[in-house]
Design a protein around this ligand. Structure first.
Ligand SMILES: Nc1ncnc2c1ncn2[C@@H]1O[C@H](COP(=O)(O)OP(=O)(O)OP(=O)(O)O)[C@@H](O)[C@H]1O
Length: 298
């Protein structure tokens, strides 16, 4: 099986500043990978290298088994930039027909493409009248031309409302089920946590970790938060029984390591009538993300 994307010890410098340091990443056919990173982490630079738009200084890059920017890679890769710009005087249909002709595809496919991205009814309206979300969908329709095997999407859901985001990810699910790979960058952590197969965290040009959310959660080994609500009149007794906690208006907050979760819970349950309720909150993706960003020495 040819991997859709292989980056091996990729390095890139702009003049004297190194912005990618030994980045290695593989993406399999049908895999949806989210690239996370702060502003300036190097996500767009990595995407431009994959697309063959800019050169790199060291390492190896294979896109669909070929060199980035080669005819094989260009034929199989689709790109959606963060702020895709279109001709505002053209209608959606005209714009997509134009892109189809440029890609040597029959213009009659435009209607189907607009239908897939939920723009069938707006196809005859000028793009100048479209909302930001609708323009994003035109960009996505453009990216779907020619059944790409690797989609590179730069913050594809910024500007989309929740329903459009859900439709967008449903479309990605269909594409991935058909064997297409997706590499998308995002700042919407909670959203990508649920809708991609793997998370990759880039910080200051270094790939600091990658894996499923549970992999990352295990690696980070961040504490679990517990919120214990006292029964009526039991606040003081509870605070005394759990001195490591911090009492506030709603109850007692405490945290424990993952491997101490069960023993801590059984200790709290052992307090019987003192406790009205316990809420357990595992570390969120935001907690995990800031942990890995910080671990890079920043
Ligand atoms: N053409 C350029 N010349 C010089 N430096 C550049 C150039 N393009 C990007 N950089 C620098 O490279 C670093 C990585 O930028 P890049 O745009 O890849 O980050 P990013 O992760 O995509 O950020 P964002 O989330 O803000 O889009 C930044 O420090 C940026 O200033």
């Amino acid at each position: 099986m040819t991997q859709s994307l292989i980056l091996s010890q990729l390095t890139k410098s702009y003049r004297n500043t190194q912005v990618l340091h030994d980045v290695s990443l593989n993406v399999d056919p049908g895999e949806r990978v989210a690239l996370l990173g702060h502003n300036g982490a190097g996500k767009s630079t990595m995407m431009k290298i994959i697309l063959g738009l800019i050169s790199f200084n060291g390492g190896e890059v294979r896109v669909l088994g070929a060199k980035p920017g080669s005819p094989v890679a260009r034929a199989g890769v689709a790109y959606l930039p963060e702020n895709a710009a279109f001709h505002s005087a053209l209608t959606g249909l005209e714009q997509i027909r134009h892109y189809l002709r440029l890609r040597g595809q029959p213009a009659r496919l435009a209607g189907d493409l607009l239908d897939r991205v939920g723009l069938a009814d707006a196809g005859k309206r000028r793009i100048g009248t479209y909302s930001k979300g609708m323009r994003q969908r035109i960009g996505l329709a453009q990216a779907l031309i020619g059944k790409p095997r690797l989609l590179v999407l730069d913050e594809p859901t910024s500007g989309l409302d929740p329903v459009s985001r859900r439709d967008f990810y449903a479309l990605l699910d269909d594409l991935a089920a058909d064997g297409a790979s997706v590499l998308l960058s995002s700042h919407a952590l909670t959203e990508v946590e649920a809708r991609t197969d793997r998370l990759v965290i880039l910080s200051q040009g270094r790939l600091v970790t990658q894996g499923t959310l549970s992999d990352l959660r295990r690696q980070a080994a961040l504490p679990i938060k517990l919120h214990v609500t006292p029964s009526e009149g039991q606040r003081d007794c509870l605070a005394e029984a759990l001195p490591q906690g911090r009492m506030n208006g709603t109850g007692l907050h405490l945290s424990c390591a993952q491997d101490e979760k069960l023993s801590t819970l059984s200790r709290i349950a052992g307090l019987g009538g003192m406790v009205r309720d316990i809420e357990v909150t595992p570390p969120s993706l935001e907690d995990i993300y800031s942990h890995f960003s910080r671990r890079d020495g920043q």
